[in-house]
Design a protein around this ligand. Structure first.
Ligand code: PNS
Length: 168
């Protein structure tokens, strides 16, 4: 029997509950799911790749068929090396569609064998993004319920250099 392996690529800076929702959905329809963190030298990330991998690893431990890796270069090349058949991406709203369609079609042009599969996260997370989480947290807002506890803790350490639990 042919196992279907999929790649869920992204920046995950940081991981949100929306990402986790998609990972859970992906783990149910694919035999194997690799969550792949892009090593992007152009962006100025908040968390290092190894910090992002650590947080992801902690959160996907509960899924037997999910693992976490970092990748660089073209996604299609990485996916082919991994013998993956599909790329999983989340679409939250129409505004995501244009960018996602462009990427999916470019990836298809580069590697026609690789399919992109779009899934929608729970509507509770339809407005959620890593960028907004960072902004809200930096400006003193609460991100409780939007990111896993471990991410909230790491955000606190990054921005306030503190490991004391914030009760607000
Ligand atoms: O979470 P993000 O930042 O929206 O993820 C974007 C990502 C990592 C999926 C995309 O930038 C990517 O695949 N980069 C790898 C380089 C590549 O293949 N570029 C061509 C994409 S059409």
């Amino acid at each position: 029997m042919n196992l279907v392996r999929a790649i869920y690529p992204g920046s995950f800076d940081p991981l949100t509950n929306g990402h986790l929702d998609l990972i859970e959905r992906g783990s149910k329809i694919f035999d194997e799911l690799i969550v792949a963190v892009l090593r992007n030298t152009e962006k100025d990330p908040l968390f290092t790749v190894s910090e992002r991998l650590q947080m992801l690893e902690q959160m996907v431990r509960q899924y037997e068929n999910v693992r976490v890796e970092a990748f660089e270069g073209l996604l299609v090349d990485y996916a082919m090396r991994k013998k993956a058949k599909a790329v999983l991406r989340g679409i939250r709203a129409i505004s995501d569609y244009e960018y996602e369609l462009q990427m999916a079609l470019m990836n298809r042009k580069l590697e026609p064998q690789l399919e992109t599969v779009f899934m929608m996260p729970a509507e509770t997370y339809s407005y959620l993004s890593s960028r907004l989480v960072k902004e809200v947290f930096r400006l003193g807002g609460s991100v409780r319920g939007l990111v896993p506890e471990v991410v909230e803790q790491r955000l606190r350490e990054k921005f306030h250099g503190s490991t004391i639990k914030n009760s607000s």
